[in-house]
Design a binder for this molecule. Sequence first.
Ligand code: ATP
Length: 236
Amino acid sequence: MLSVKEIHTYYGNIQALKGVSLDIEKGEIITLIGANGAGKSTTLMSISGLMHPRSGKIFYQNMPLHLLSPEKIVSLGIVQVPEGRRIFPDFTVMENLEMGAYLRSDKPQLKKDYDYIFELFPILKDRKRQLGGTLSGGEQQMLAISRALMAKPKLLLLDEPSLGLAPMVIKQIFQIIRKINSEQSTTILLVEQNANLALQTADRGYVIENGLIIMQDKAEKLLQNEEVKKAYLGIV
Ligand code: ATP
């Protein structure tokens, strides 16, 4: 479905990605794990078109994403939930969801999708008319994921969904991530610092270090890998 080939991405003179390659098959949950500053967010932004690699290529069903605008990439069904949620704080929950559906042409379908989202996250239904900025951190993460779902993603890019949330809320959000994958056949690329949780959720994983993929395997294998255990799972 998606093939990232040897991308090099820079912030001015600073090279963040030094030849990242990865592949995603339709229907998979893939996780990209790594330490602070390893290049996880930059990889996601390179896929969603928010950053353009200086060299290397990204193909999505044979289309060259590295040459396309972020708007075009969203319209192809690749939708990113950014780190730190970034919902619209002065818009209501409903208005935030409407923004997610902005590019869709199948407006008669929308009602069904709102119903699905309110079934996934009943709290958002209760808070429909509340301003996004007044929601708790967990509710804002639910809203950010829901807003992305309103764009009908085929590939959902999730950047650190557990960041700053209480363990109970994290558990709930990760259950929903699995549900979206199985019920909607949405392929998911999950970036996480919480490697344990991410590897328990994903089918396969990639480990990134200093802008380079240093390991890839089935998630269950990475969970057993001695290096991964020591460096990312806190198990000595
Ligand atoms: P985190 O978990 O902290 O978000 P990350 O793995 O997502 O880390 P990136 O945010 O992709 O890492 O950063 C990769 C590298 O690019 C780091 O060395 C970082 O310092 C650098 N970098 C990120 N954003 C910028 C920026 N706006 N300007 C300059 N350098 C940046």
